[in-house]
Design a protein around this ligand. Structure first.
Ligand SMILES: O=P(O)(O)O[C@H]1O[C@H](CO)[C@@H](O)[C@H]1O
Ligand SMILES: [Mn+2]
Ligand SMILES: [Mn+2]
Length: 397
């Protein structure tokens, strides 16, 4: 780049689109089964060939082969973009760990996970949650899938008014409550109070999971809200903002970074909504700005639900979006498409899988960057934007 004040950067996270090969996968689990061999992209493509011409032209199939030695039916064109595979070092395979590390801040602590027992939460914490909610107790208090637990306990929730509290293999405490009967604002303020109780324990997030409907037809609404611990160091977003750059968050990026270093937040009810906003930003984002986007539905709608065909369709749809984004970029811009962890829909369980992720770049011509670290993404974008170095990574530009 010749003029660091003009070129823009777009960091686009395809949530959970892993490509296998994580060297420490054996230390991560779905239930009792280690994640060794999990490979989100390869296993989807093996179930049914993927047509992803735009991302594959950058080097998606090549990155998959580099990360894990796997070939994917439908992918594997000769790369014309910047391409490589990134390995995570943070001790968690969760969304904040992945995003923070991509932004230059590996997680320096072990997250607190609630045990897969019933009850799962310490009795004192459950009491304090109920007191904050003004209810006689809480429902759930266990590991669960969010759609399953509202189907099972939604009824009792309406009868008692008690919030449904559950967790998973992630460091989370999720609270599901009926949007109308319990109240959306009341649920949000409860989550704020509970976040203050559990963040000091190193529980990564409290998540509000509002739902609507009646017995037999309970359904979650798009009004999910995440209350995350703030990143434990200076991120790419902080550095951009400190240098007077405009930063745009698309989707849940603002939530993941506890709204730090975020200029404008662009939220949406669906990934289709977010795609429209990203396309607008590709045309209108300011010179020298950073746009950081997360597309969550791969993970939330298909990975956790182990829906291979749904995931495949989402990948092909997103590839079209990526093509439209690239068509709107300008000379001097850099766009990086990557992911935060895996969530292999062919795997056992319902949790994320520890995997490497693709790093695909538009704007610098063909360039093989090989195996890199998540933190190198932040270092490279900082270099591209002409910012002070960010984090312990090394720029691959
Ligand atoms: O089953 P649901 O409620 O979608 O929960 C999933 O969403 C959480 C946050 O992404 C994960 O921890 C996983 O448990
Ligand atoms: Mn994620
Ligand atoms: Mn997830």
């Amino acid at each position: 780049m010749t003029d660091p004040t003009q070129g823009r950067a777009f960091l686009i996270v395809m949530d959970s689109v892993g490509i296998g090969g994580a060297p420490d996968a054996a230390g991560f689990f779905n239930g009792d089964v280690p994640d060794s061999g999990a490979n989100t992209l390869a296993h989807i493509a093996r179930a049914r060939p993927l047509a992803m011409p735009h991302l594959d032209a950058l080097g998606l199939g090549a990155a998959l082969r580099l990360a894990s030695g796997q070939d994917a039916p439908g992918l594997g064109a000769a790369p014309q973009g910047l391409w490589g595979a990134a390995t995570e070092v943070s001790p968690g395979k969760d969304t904040p760990s992945g995003h923070w590390e991509l932004a230059g801040v590996p997680v320096p602590w072990d997250w607190h996970y609630f045990p897969d027992t019933r009850p799962s939460f310490p009795a004192d914490l459950s009491r304090r949650i109920a007191a904050a909610a003004g209810t006689g107790g809480i429902l759930g208090d266990e590991h669960a899938s969010g759609t399953e637990i509202i189907a099972r306990l939604g009824d009792e929730h309406l009868r008692t008014g008690w919030p449904i509290c559950y967790t998973s293999a992630d460091s989370v405490l999720q609270i599901a409550a009926h949007e109308e009967a319990f109240g959306l604002e009341r649920l949000y303020s409860l989550c704020v109070e509970v976040a203050a109780m559990v963040h000091p324990m190193r529980v990564g997030r409290v998540i509000a999971r509002p739902f609507i409907g009646g017995p037999g037809s309970f359904a979650r609404t798009p009004n999910r809200r995440d209350y995350a611990i703030a990143p434990p160091g200076d991120t790419l977003l902080d550095a951009a903002m400190r240098s007077g750059r405009v930063t745009h968050s698309v989707g849940k990026i603002g939530d993941i970074f506890s709204h730090r270093g975020i200029g404008a937040e662009h939220k949406g009810k669906s990934d289709a909504d977010l795609a429209a906003q990203l396309l607008t930003l590709a045309e209108t984002a300011e010179p020298g700005s950073l746009t950081f986007a997360n597309f969550v539905e791969f993970d939330s709608l298909y990975g956790h639900r182990r829906d291979i065909e749904g995931y495949a369709r989402a990948l092909e749809w997103f590839d079209g979006v990526a093509g439209q984004v690239m068509a709107r970029l300008r000379p001097g811009d850099l766009a990086i498409f990557t992911a935060d962890h895996g969530n292999d829909p062919s795997w056992t369980g319902t949790d994320h899988t520890r995997e490497r992720v693709p790093v695909l770049g538009w704007g610098l011509g063909p360039r093989a960057i090989g195996q890199v670290g998540f933190v190198d993404v932040a270092a490279s974008i900082a270099a591209h934007l002409g910012l002070q170095p960010v984090g312990p990574g090394k720029s691959f530009l």
